[in-house]
Design a protein around this ligand. Structure first.
Ligand code: FAD
Length: 364
């Protein structure tokens, strides 16, 4: 890549650039090669200016948040990587409850902690998810029976190819299971979120059995937001789903595969009820069935920690869904293990697992 000079005015807007960054330094999986130019933009104006300058210099540009849902190739990316780093966060109360405005660059868990400390309910089940607020919209993050779409009112988007900047309603974003209308829209930058929360100090109804038991309530009941956050963080830590630099089980992208959702007839063909193992997770929902990717992986012969000690990349020793870097792993190692697991599940069950993270310069 030819060296790129961003216009001097952008420095005045606080844009910071680096030419020595790597994806291994900026992602939670800690793999991936050099980045041509890292551009950090702390304000909306600096995002607009930087993207326009990069586009007119014909520098291919991608966006990065906390790097917790990305597998980048060992050869890296010769173009620019832009981060929206604005961290504004505020809340107000009105007759409908709490309204929270968050900039894209705020850490997701900081945002959740802020709402919980403010006694606002709705996001507590999403405690401990790494990454930034901006990226949360892309895959409609979810955990413990809750998802972003339960509380998102609108997201502020800027489409740099058309210049359009607008607040898109949650409905227009078509938020689904780990999906949204902008999941693969590379021209769309998320600048901020508007969230609607309850203001009575209680959580949303708890819809996840393990969490309800940990909090000491029945499924469907509400509980103090602080108690739910505490329980979620403890459950996540036990599964290696809370970032911890000293624990290689957390050097991952979280779940590597999404839970497969099959049309009911297809699911029944592959798993006829008379032969379906009694304990097989099976979640029917209007004409389709969601299966558990972790269960399929384990039953296909890939135990926690596969392929064993000494391997640079292994399944987490706490959860079969996470592919983890043990310290010296590369993107090529990650892809190799992912391919092996995927082929094993396909051969055993006839189900093709789809990756959850965004793949940059690598494919399965
Ligand atoms: C230990 C661990 C546990 C996890 N647990 C969960 C979980 O429980 N539930 C869940 O849903 N996810 C989970 N994840 C996945 C991940 O944390 C989420 O997907 C998170 O929202 C990614 O945010 P990020 O800022 O790190 O995104 P990145 O990885 O930086 O980027 C992901 C994608 O979003 C794009 N992007 C980033 N910022 C912007 C922006 N401002 N505008 C436009 N595009 C942008 C990037 O270009 C990329 O395509 C987990 C990950 C880890 C490592």
């Amino acid at each position: 890549m030819e060296s790129v000079r961003l216009p001097q005015e952008l420095t005045a807007l606080g844009v910071e650039t680096r030419e020595d960054a790597t994806f291994a330094q900026l992602t939670t999986l800690r793999v991936g090669g050099p980045i041509g130019l890292l551009v950090d933009c702390p304000t909306r104006e600096s995002v607009f200016g930087a993207v326009e300058a990069l586009a007119s210099a014909q520098v291919p540009t991608i966006y990065l948040g906390g790097g917790s849902n990305l597998v980048a190739a060992d050869q890296g990316w010769a173009g620019a990587v832009l981060r929206v780093t604005s961290e504004g966060l505020s809340s107000t109360l009105d007759s409908d409850g709490g309204l929270v405005l968050a900039d894209a660059g705020i850490g997701w868990d900081e945002l959740v902690a802020f709402t919980v400390e403010s006694g606002l309910g709705g996001l507590e089940c999403l405690s401990g998810i790494p990454g930034n607020a901006g990226a949360s919209v892309k895959q409609n993050i979810g955990a413990y029976g809750a998802q972003l779409s339960d509380c998102l009112e609108a997201a502020e988007l800027w489409n740099w190819s058309t210049g359009e900047r607008r607040w898109a309603t949650a409905e227009s974003l078509r938020l689904g299971y780990r999906s949204s209308a902008i999941r693969h829209e590379e021209c769309v930058v998320v600048l901020g979120l508007r969230l609607r929360l309850a203001s009575d100090g209680l959580s949303a109804p708890i819809r996840y059995r393990e969490l309800a038991a940990a909090v000491g309530v029945r499924e469907g009941e509400r509980a103090p937001v602080q108690d739910v956050r505490k329980a979620v963080l403890a459950l996540r830590a036990g599964k290696g789903m809370l970032l911890d630099a000293d624990d290689h089980d957390t050097w991952s992208t979280g779940s590597f595969f999404v839970n497969p959702v099959l049309a009911l007839p297809e699911a029944e063909r592959l798993f006829p009820s008379e032969r379906r193992p009694e304990r097989m997770p099976w979640y029917p929902d209007s004409g389709s069935v969601k299966l558990s990717a972790a269960w399929l992986i384990e039953q296909a012969g890939f135990a926690k920690g596969f392929p064993g000690e000494g391997a640079p990349v292994r399944l987490s020793t706490k959860h079969t869904l996470a592919i983890t870097n043990r310290g010296t792993g590369t993107a090529a190692d990650v892809v190799e293990l992912a391919k092996q697991v995927r082929a094993g599940v396909l051969e055993t069950f006839g189900v093709l697992l789809e990756p959850e993270p965004i793949l940059l310069g690598v494919s399965l």
